[in-house]
Design a protein around this ligand. Structure first.
Ligand SMILES: *Cc1c(COP(=O)(O)O)cnc(C)c1O
Length: 355
């Protein structure tokens, strides 16, 4: 399958905006081409030049780290930007649709909605796995993209690799595998399988394991042809220079990632055990992410009780297949202990009241 054949026709024909830094990308010279302020800003004096529109320095580091050529990497203002650009590249408003497997990450639906792109839903099974036969039966000519989130948000589980492979192989459009939480899982990334699947886009982020949510940087990995399209339709300077500096610093110390992930995993195990021991918790769902979904009586009331003590978790009890569920992000030991103490107290009081 040719990726370009799946594009919206006008995108396939688009000629790119050529920024000043596209036309001359050298580092040396007197720069009088981009209407910048020659004197510099009055805070640091170094942010007056437009940043590298293609973030080459970051991509070179990422290329080595992930084992994929730089031309097959896209960086966005959060992975949310990549999701939005993908929908805009492949889905015709008021005609095409994306296929989602709820319960899943909310941004797929938001982005589709903003772009007037339809949504087709095939719920996950009760153990949060994709129902391959039902998904394949739901595909229509208008179904241009399939979003698979593994490990999944909000359930936290990983999806069976064989099912994901079959879906990617047999889906007639673009398949996005969202790996925002892959660093917390023992499952390898699908990046290594990109060559087997020309219609595959893998999405990752600096917001979770890398601890850089504030910077807003997401990654997409795919074929060179598809990445070229994302670069064509993105805002020219979508990642600020300040952000690029910080991401580069983090990548220069990439050896620290494992240690940080290990600490998080130790805290996840601590929280998991404590929740499993609690008499107020009905079920703790196994997590491959940095949060834990658990099922308990009176989830909404527990959520509100925790709020009163300024402990904020996510109430997912209105979400499909997540009735009576709260999603708890793993915190530091201190935060987890504070949460657990408040939780036992709030849930205990509620249980006594409802007797
Ligand atoms: C948190 C999260 C992201 C990250 O989004 P950013 O825009 O990169 O911060 C992506 N996908 C899922 C499923 C997430 O939970």
């Amino acid at each position: 399958m040719e990726v370009t054949a799946l594009l919206r026709p006008h995108i396939a024909k688009l000629s790119p905006y050529s920024s000043a830094r596209d036309e001359y990308s050298g580092k040396e010279g007197i720069f009088l081409d981009a209407n910048e302020n020659p004197f510099g800003d009055w805070v640091d004096g170094k942010y007056h030049r437009y940043p590298d529109p293609y973030q080459q320095a970051i991509k070179e580091k990422l290329s080595a780290l992930k084992g994929i050529p730089a031309q097959r990497i896209f960086l966005g203002n959060g992975s949310d930007e990549a999701i939005d650009l993908l929908i805009r590249a492949f889905c015709e408003p008021n005609r095409d649709e994306v296929l989602l497997l709820p319960p899943t990450y909310g941004m797929y639906e938001v982005s589709a909605g903003i772009n007037a792109v339809g949504i087709r839903r095939v719920p996950l099974t009760s153990d949060f796995q994709p129902d391959v036969a039902a998904i394949q039966a739901a595909v229509r000519p208008e179904t241009k993209m399939l979003f698979l989130c593994s490990p999944n948000n909000p359930s936290g589980n990983k999806m069976e690799r064989s099912a994901l492979r079959q879906l990617i192989r047999e889906f007639p459009g673009i398949v996005v595998v969202d790996e925002a939480y892959i660093d917390f899982s023992d499952e390898p990334s699908f990046i290594t399988e990109l060559d087997d699947f020309p219609n595959l886009v893998v999405i990752q982020t600096f917001s979770k394991a890398w601890g850089l949510a504030n910077l807003r940087v997401g990654m997409a990995f795919s074929s060179e042809a598809l990445i070229r399209v994302l670069n064509l339709i993105k805002p020219p300077y979508n990642i600020s220079g300040l952000t690029q500096e910080k991401v580069l610093q983090a990548l220069e110390q990439a050896e620290q990632l494992d240690g940080h992930v290990k600490s998080l995993l130790a805290e996840r195990a601590f929280l998991e055990k404590a929740l499993e021991r609690s008499e107020f918790v009905e079920k703790v769902f196994p997590s491959h992410a940095n949060f834990i979904l658990c099922k308990l009586p009176h989830a909404r009331a527990v959520y509100e009780g925790l709020l009163k003590q300024f402990i904020i978790v996510r109430d997912r009890s209105k979400v499909l297949l997540c009735a009576d569920c709260l999603r708890i992000s793993v915190g530091t030991r201190e935060e987890n202990e504070a949460f657990l103490a408040a939780f036992e107290q709030v849930a205990g009081t509620l249980a006594a009241e409802k007797l």
